[in-house]
Design a protein around this ligand. Sequence first.
Ligand code: GDP
Length: 288
Amino acid sequence: MTIQWFPGHMTRAKRQIEDKLKLIDVVFELIDARVPLASRNPMIDEIVGAKPRLILLNKADLADAEMNAKWIDWFRSFGREILAIDANTGMGVKEISGRVKLLLREKIERQIAKGMKPRPARALIVGIPNVGKSTLINRLAGRSATITGDRPGVTKGQQWIRTGGDLELLDTPGILWPKFEDPEVGFKLAATGAIKEEVLHIDEVACSLLQWLAAEYRGTLEERYGLADLPAELPDIASAASVLEEIGRRRGCLAGGGHVDYEKAAGVLLRDLRSGKLGRISLEAPVI
Ligand code: GDP
């Protein structure tokens, strides 16, 4: 999905989420485990306010396991509730409902004290495009999903999905915008496929990616493309471009005259990253 974010659109998206917040008990903030900060909305704290929130580090299967653990510690150090999941296979998804019960414990206890039977918690999934919102909704809904119909106050056409556990989900997630004005964030979102690569030059995205990989995942890079003696650092775009050229040559990405087609080579690298063929790779490390 491509969305053109302009100020009016952002205001509308924010307002739509604020309307939905009135109907729910808990927000699931979905972020991409490979780029936990770049995939966060810059206004998320303001938008969600005091509503209980569970951060879901999705696509944890594609991210570096060690880095996932570091990010979980990092978010917890700010008092955030966080869980790593893979919405595609369902890893971690079963734990969500238990975490929600902990988050809403006081509210549930108050209901019980009043002699009420606690009702299922109502949740809204929010996140930037492509972070996995629909996949998670489908995963939580599973085969046992029953759509429970319109309720008062819910925008026409919106429905609650019963998830089998003690959870009800609004069937339309809240779509948020990323911090795309920051070029570093733009590169990370383009590399992971969150924004269309046409927005940026694919060969520049590949070169920035190679700089990160050479520093953090040198062995992986050397092994995957048969590169020997890769320098520990690619200090500038020119040095990264020469590595991209080498990858292109080895992968037969040639244009006329025996020259390497940089765009094709960049395509190979980015496909390998996104499909997990390069291994589990994180593109951001927490600063502690
Ligand atoms: P949405 O725009 O936020 O609704 O994102 P989608 O649910 O459409 O997911 C975008 C892409 O990410 C799809 O190709 C999904 O298959 C993929 N995806 C979603 N969650 C995961 C995950 O946990 N792991 C992996 N490997 N891929 C995922």
